[in-house]
Ligand binder design. Structure first.
Ligand code: NAD
Length: 254
């Protein structure tokens, strides 16, 4: 197929690649020929993923255990990616956590953890790759925000919503600054997607109730979301920057 290797010769980083949307995005990109650095706090999940793509003709992925909220670990991830592949064409920040704690019960420590992983994480990753992309004269970033960055979260608490709004703001601002450097930055805003994160936090009857309230009456598969991420990384979206791309089954229309 003409399009099947559309990421051959492209190299990038996917955070949160061990599970859910990040994992599906990584698999899709590797199948399309990309050379990837796969980052996650859970190293064993990355090893399992690389086992799955062992026969692929894409460059062998780099596995990097990294906590996206830790500056030194993010810098090491980026340095190792450049050492391995020589360049960084794209970044996908999918690492994230979900907490459902009600605002009245919310401890400051949990607020801080949420901000560290879900907002500082994308900030640190963008901050580390941008100088390299500027030197290259090109780059693409997709920050995985959420429907929670467009309205109030259905599943997450106020801290989750606040962090995701932060990701959208960060994305818009740096898209404006980096456009002249030929770096595109977009926020991807998935809605209900059946991943381990959601399955851990949600009883089956609630999953059903949420699906029933959406125009498309089902949960998305991570693979569907992965294809939207690939679109945003590809030349098919060359004029899209600073956008929030919704993929939410019509749950919120903005
Ligand atoms: P998931 O739990 O399946 O995957 C998240 C991955 O991030 C895991 O592998 C986890 O180990 C990793 N991670 C967590 N903390 C980390 C850290 N500090 N450093 C590095 N890696 C870390 O979740 P998912 O549903 O695939 O979520 C992926 C992204 O999509 C998140 O940012 C989430 O907020 C967002 N999102 C998910 C949904 C959904 O319905 N699943 C909807 C909207 C947005």
């Amino acid at each position: 197929m003409a399009n099947s290797k559309r990421f051959s010769g492209k190299f990038g980083i996917v955070t949160g690649a061990g599970s859910g949307i990040g994992r599906a995005a990584a698999l899709n990109l590797i199948q399309a020929g990309a050379g990837l650095s796969l980052a996650d706090i859970d190293e064993s999940s990355l090893k399992a993923l690389t086992g799955e793509v062992a026969g692929s003709d894409a460059p062998k992925p780099l596995i990097q255990k990294a906590d996206v909220s830790a500056e030194a670990e993010v810098q090491l991830l980026v340095d190792n990616t450049v050492a391995r592949f020589g360049r960084i064409d794209f970044l996908v920040t999918s690492a994230g956590i979900l907490r459902r704690t009600q605002f009245a019960e919310l401890a400051i420590s949990e607020w801080d953890l949420m901000m560290a992983v879900n907002l500082r994480g994308p900030f640190l990753c963008c901050r580390a790759v941008v100088p390299i992309m500027m030197k290259q004269g090109a780059g693409v970033i997709v920050n995985v925000a959420s429907l929670a960055g467009r309205t109030a979260s259905v599943l997450g608490g106020a801290h989750y919503t606040a962090a995701k709004h932060g990701v959208v703001g960060l994305t818009r601002h740096i898209a404006r600054e980096l456009g002249p450097a030929n770096i595109r930055v977009n926020a991807f805003c998935p809605g209900a997607t059946l991943t381990p994160m959601v399955q851990r936090a949600t009883p089956p009857e609630e999953l059903e109730r949420i699906a029933g309230g959406m125009p498309i009456r089902r949960w998305s598969k991570p693979e569907e979301q992965a294809r939207v991420i690939a679109f945003l990384l590809s030349e098919d979206s060359n004029f899209i920057t600073g956008a929030c791309i919704d993929s939410n089954g019509g749950a919120v229309m903005v």
